[in-house]
Write a protein that binds this ligand. Structure first.
Ligand SMILES: [Zn+2]
Ligand SMILES: [Zn+2]
Length: 138
């Protein structure tokens, strides 16, 4: 079984096989700025199960709080935020779930963990049952 996703203009398409190893919301300021939204929703998948099937995303690097590189992949034409690869998590790809097709953006209705709750916008509450982390793993 594979889950497919794409950018808003359709120039980039990607897929991953199997189930995400984790589902996570991230409320950090970087995610807010990068997406123009309140948070990112992420399907965390093994890099070996992920592939871009159409087009070539552009990338942009940020040095995260860890001091390591967070690489952001996006569509150069429409600007859609597609996925990130973090130097501190070298075996996984964090797919931005809003780009997933066929209802997969809902992540099966279940969020495992929320990161950077200290930066969560004040009109949102934590997801029921999701582990709450003030920062990343802290
Ligand atoms: Zn696009
Ligand atoms: Zn974030």
């Amino acid at each position: 079984m594979s889950t497919k996703g794409s950018c808003a203009c359709g120039e980039i398409a990607y897929q991953f096989s199997g189930e995400p190893t984790a589902t996570a919301l991230c409320h950090c300021v970087d995610c807010q700025k990068w997406t123009g939204s309140a948070f990112t929703s992420n399907a965390v998948v093994p890099r070996t199960s992920f592939q871009v099937t159409k087009g070539t995303p552009k990338t942009w690097d940020v040095v995260g709080a860890s001091g390591k590189i967070n690489k952001h992949f996006f569509c150069a034409t429409c600007g859609s935020s597609l996925y990130t690869e973090l130097e501190i998590m070298p075996t996984v790809t964090c797919v931005k779930a809003g780009g997933l097709d066929g209802g997969a953006a809902s992540l099966g209705g279940k969020i495992g963990v929320e990161f950077y709750t200290k930066d969560r916008v004040s009109y949102l509450q934590g997801c029921e049952g999701a582990q709450q982390e003030k920062e990343f793993g802290g």
